[in-house]
Design a protein around this ligand. Structure first.
Ligand code: ZN
Length: 203
């Protein structure tokens, strides 16, 4: 079985994906989950574990299903020349290093050029890049790259704040610790006043 939507060529998916939806094999994922249970020494004959491989495979299928990246773009016709900022866009992704989730919020802004995008679509852009094996830094850059390429804005700012399970339940074990990453481009990087306005808007 392919990941949901994978066979539909008309669905634009996020560029630079790590997981190729056409290669996702649900049955093989289920077998691998059973092998993992055996490898960690679990008693796979327990009734409670019988359905676990199937559930694990279904979870991966859902978490890695590509979200549609079909953002409708509009000409701005000079009507908008102020910063557009959407705050607190929730997202979750799977960490490329540990296959554990990280989740948090994205603040996305741009200073329009000739093109604008529907506000709700900014959230969809974040989701499209997050439903993959990801790293927070990579995700931040991917969102900014896409906005820069599609909108040719005068500036772009993306700030991500997330909690990583690989940091909070293992390794350094700092529950609640949040990682903040940001990418500022164009006038949001070079113009002190615009940068300040963006940073104060995103808190
Ligand atoms: Zn990790």
């Amino acid at each position: 079985m392919d990941l949901r939507g994978a066979q539909n060529d008309a669905v634009a998916t996020a560029p630079g994906r790590v997981v190729d939806p056409s290669k996702f094999d649900l049955a093989a994922t289920e077998r691998a989950a059973l092998e993992l249970l055996r490898a960690i020494g679990a008693d796979v004959d327990l009734p409670e574990l019988r359905e676990t491989p199937r559930r694990v495979a279904a979870s991966f299928a859902e978490l890695l299903a590509p979200a549609e990246l079909g953002a409708t773009l509009f000409p701005s016709e000079g009507r908008y020349d102020e910063l557009v900022v959407v705050r607190e866009i929730p997202f979750h992704a799977l960490c490329m290093h540990h296959l554990l989730p990280f989740h948090g919020h994205a603040q996305v802004g741009y200073l329009p050029g000739e093109t604008i995008v529907g506000l709700s679509k900014l959230a969809r852009v974040v989701e499209a890049f997050a439903r993959d094996l990801q790293l927070q830094e990579r995700l931040t850059v991917a969102i900014a790259d896409w906005l820069e390429q599609e909108l040719a804005p005068r500036g772009v700012g993306v700030v991500l704040s997330a909690e990583h399970m690989c940091m909070t339940i293992r390794g350094v074990r700092k529950p609640g610790a949040r990682t903040v990453t940001s990418t500022l481009r164009g006038s949001l990087r070079d113009d002190a006043r615009t940068r300040q306005e963006f940073l104060s808007l995103v808190g």
